[in-house]
Design a protein around this ligand. Structure first.
Ligand code: NI
Length: 172
């Protein structure tokens, strides 16, 4: 089921999310809904709070080209356990901040630990776009958006654009 995506500014996008306890069918259904919502948008990552679910769950699929094989990953309670000193700059966007993009600097390589849909603990090293994406999504679980890395003026400009967009959407 495709869920509506919250648009910034929204207080739910600024909150720290609660950990998930045990994997359940409800959580597996949630992950399926999040994949469906993400692919429909379309996007390469989605975090719980973006659909109003205040738990530590993210989904990602960072294939670059349509011809690349799909690699959907759902993570519960993901955390970065190591990051490289070397950094990378990517022009980031966010499904909760539509059509706004800005360069963000982050560690180039990160080791991430998470619980998968079967409740098994996983660890993997992510590089490049995958590394940026997983850090961006984990930030969402801390109530942090990519625009929080920008200078205040730029952030305010984007926020005003989003407020205007939300007013237009409310009018229909
Ligand atoms: Ni985002």
């Amino acid at each position: 089921m495709i869920r509506p995506i919250l648009i910034h500014p929204d207080p739910r996008l600024k909150k720290v999310c609660a950990p998930v306890d045990d994997i359940s069918d409800a959580l597996r259904t949630l992950a399926d809904d999040m994949f469906e919502t993400m692919y429909d948008a379309p996007g390469i990552g989605l975090a719980g709070p973006q659909i109003g679910v205040m738990h530590r769950v993210i989904v990602m699929d960072c294939k670059r080209e349509d011809t690349d094989p799909s690699r959907p990953i759902a993570m519960f309670n993901p955390r970065v356990v190591a990051s490289s000193d070397e950094t990378n700059v990517y022009e980031e966007g966010c499904l909760s901040i539509p059509e706004q993009y800005a360069e963000v600097t982050r560690p180039k390589v990160v080791d991430v630990e998470w619980m998968d849909v079967d409740g098994a603990l996983q660890t993997e090293t992510f590089d490049g776009l995958w590394a940026t994406c997983v850090q961006h999504e984990i930030d969402h679980l801390e109530g942090k958006l990519f625009i929080d890395y920008l200078k205040p003026l730029k952030r305010q400009m984007i926020t005003r654009k989003m407020q205007k967009l939300k007013r237009e959407m409310a009018r229909g």
